[in-house]
Design a protein around this ligand. Structure first.
Ligand code: SAH
Ligand code: SF4
Length: 415
């Protein structure tokens, strides 16, 4: 197992190309697409124009076939097909929960598996995206943390999840593209390009809350989210994207400055003793340091609050005293905060139980009474193991001894 440092402990490594020798354009910036087109032989001006067109087809229209790019000269399309692909993760398994939640088990080009979850609600649809295969951390209540095999996902693999969800939900815009009429320089481009109308969206929000710690894969997560937010493509507002971290303090300011999405922090405990146990990263970055980083988080204010996630574990972190201490800490650091109480979602071999509904309600009420919003998150997709913390791509039940060994190895690697 590789030794994680405190920042970006893993590299994405060399993943074999999905399209043989062809380059997958998904995940590249617009300039990088231009760059590979130049390398393939186009002059700079042509490459820039083509990159712009291709970008629009990939991220605005969801096209995976160069032949469908009607504003690109017919003769040029096979040239592109020979050299490039617009890839998607392979779907190994797709499941639908009784409550409408959908979970996909995906495989990368190297066979590594990861999961994504779509949670439909009356007023929104949230895609829960993975940033790593597994996780180098080992929060004791989290199934993903029991995975031994870990690698970072690349920007293309992260944004690929969003593209795949749009495919599966069948919600790419129909019609033709506004502002992308046939290329005047190409006599043989199709002449059917006109206008399209954007239709209603099911996928409205993204949460980086799938497998992995996104701030341990900063560059790729940033690259992917920049693509997702790009106005000429998927165009999701940063206000509709939330990044959840277990508390990688040194990367939090950069996340705010350079990505600018909403922040969620997996707090889960208010004393050193308990947080050290359940979120072992706390031994490296303690509660005070973490809350100070939250107070300094760029862009957080009363209109854009930081979400504190708090998993409810029976007789572990769920007393009235814990609730009062949580309120005290939020006030001490003057945090624009809301608290999200997550009933613990069980998984095979998990060492904890969920707090009783009465306890969860009492805990929530105490926080509400102090003027801080503390809704209880309704578990979604539990029947297909799609709820928070249940994701794990190889569903084996490890023995307690194995769980302890994995925890020890990961803790030793944290230093
Ligand atoms: N690694 C990131 C994001 C992924 S987890 C993080 O830890 O913040 C998304 C949320 O689900 C986190 O708050 C995580 O602590 C929580 N979670 C993990 N396991 C859980 C479980 N078994 N039941 C309920 N919530 C869980
Ligand atoms: Fe990793 Fe988040 Fe699970 Fe902790 S809760 S092990 S940081 S995925």
């Amino acid at each position: 197992m590789q030794i994680p440092g405190h920042i970006d402990p893993l590299t994405t490594g060399t993943v074999p190309l999905r399209g043989g020798n062809r380059i997958d354009l998904v995940g590249l910036t617009r300039d990088a697409i231009g760059g590979v087109l130049v390398e393939a032989g186009l002059d700079a001006k042509a490459a820039k124009l083509r990159a712009k067109q291709i970008w629009h087809w990939i991220y605005h229209r969801g096209v995976t076939d160069f032949e469908a790019m009607t504003d690109i000269a017919k003769t040029m399309r096979p040239w592109l097909t020979d050299r490039f692909i617009i890839g998607r993760p392979t779907v190994r398994e797709a499941q639908v929960s009784g409550d409408g939640t959908r979970k996909w088990l995906l495989a990368a080009a190297d066979g590594q598996e990861y999961e994504m979850v779509f949670i439909p609600d009356a007023d929104r649809g949230t895609l829960c995206v993975s940033s790593q295969v597994g996780c180098t951390l080992n929060c004791r209540f989290c199934h993903t943390g029991t995975m031994r095999l870990v690698r970072n996902l690349g920007a293309g693999e992260i944004v690929g999840q969003v593209l795949l969800a749009r495919d599966a939900l069948g919600e790419w815009p129909k019609g033709t593209m506004a502002g992308f009429g046939p290329d005047p320089e190409d006599d043989d481009a199709d002449d059917d390009a006109g206008h399209y109308t954007a239709d209603g969206r099911m996928l409205t929000n993204i949460v980086m809350m799938g497998m992995g710690e996104p701030l341990y894969n900063f560059d790729e997560v940033k690259g992917a989210l920049k693509i997702v937010m790009d106005g000429d493509g998927l165009a999701l507002s940063k206000r509709r994207i939330t990044l959840s971290t277990s508390g990688v303090v040194p990367m939090m300011a950069r996340a705010g400055d350079e990505i600018g999405v909403n922040l969620a922090v997996s707090l889960h405990a208010v004393t050193k003793e308990i947080r050290d146990e359940i979120v072992p990263l706390n031994r490296k970055y303690g509660i005070e340091e973490l809350l100070q980083a939250c107070a300094d988080y760029p862009g957080a204010n009363n209109a854009r609050r930081i979400t504190f996630e708090y998993v409810m574990l029976k007789d572990k972190n769920d007393s009235d005293e814990d609730a009062r201490e949580l309120v005290r800490l939020i006030k001490q650091y003057k945090l624009p905060a809301k608290v999200n109480l997550i009933p613990f979602n069980p998984w095979p071999g998990a060492p904890y139980e969920c707090s009783t509904p009465e306890r969860v309600r009492a805990f929530s009420n105490l926080i509400f009474k102090a003027g801080i919003s503390a809704p209880v998150r309704t578990p979604r997709g539990r029947d297909i193991m799609a709820a928070c913390g249940q994701l794990k791509s190889a569903a084996t039940k490890p023995t307690r001894a194995e769980l302890d060994r994995i925890a020890e190895e990961k803790q030793a690697a944290l230093g």
